[in-house]
Design a protein around this ligand. Structure first.
Ligand code: AMP
Length: 189
């Protein structure tokens, strides 16, 4: 298996580039944001809890998020060539749990693709996306909070994965195809 993390701020292009990586390499996509939004649409108890955090731009607590991820990994493992983790991990404890979870399965993270995009561009992209996404968190106030959370809580993972030798910094401005070409130049599989 070949397991990737796609990492970056909100609006950095993680979902878009994940789709292209899945097409190219046959990886299985795990987007924790998509999982949570499905629960919200289905009106489940978990969805109600998730909505109370997402709509304010805050993170779902680690213990709950790790359990959700584990159940996704368990349900998808058999036919998988590898996973692409999109939106997870978002904290150091989540990264530690992910490493343990994969180790138990004889697996590991091979590379972390870090899409690097300045805040003003992220804000612009998210406001533009908000016009059609229908997402409760794509509005000016929530975007500000998501960026704060990203800088305070999520971005330390960059250093964490640099130390691990897994972080691949990708210049995240340009066309979708240009960015994709930069990503694949870092992937050997
Ligand atoms: P995303 O679709 O990845 O932008 O995620 C949307 C929202 O879902 C985030 O702003 C968080 O509120 C929540 N979320 C997604 N993934 C995680 C995670 N790994 N840890 C905590 N909260 C998450």
């Amino acid at each position: 298996m070949f397991n990737l993390v796609i990492f970056g701020g909100p609006g950095s292009g993680k979902g878009t580039q994940s789709e292209k990586l899945i097409d190219r390499y046959g990886l299985t996509h795990i987007s924790t944001g998509d999982v949570l939004r499905r629960e919200i649409s289905a009106g489940t108890e978990l969805g109600k809890i998730a909505d109370s955090y997402i709509s304010k731009g805050n993170l779902i607590p680690d213990d709950l998020m790790v359990r959700i991820l584990a159940s996704e990994v368990d349900s998808l493992t058999p036919s998988s060539k590898g996973f692409i983790f999109d939106g997870f991990p978002r904290t150091i404890p989540q990264a530690e749990e992910l490493a343990k979870m994969l180790e138990k399965r004889g697996e590991k993270i091979h590379a972390v693709i870090g899409l690097e995009v300045p805040d003003d561009v992220l804000t612009e992209r998210l406001l533009e996306r908000g016009k059609s996404s229908g997402r409760a968190d794509d509005n000016a106030e929530t975007i500000r909070q998501r960026l704060d959370v990203y800088h305070n809580t999520t971005s330390p993972l960059r250093e964490y994965y640099i130390k691990d030798g897994k972080y691949k910094a990708i210049h995240g401005l340009g066309s979708i195809d240009e960015i994709f070409d930069r990503i694949i130049s870092h992937i050997s599989m």
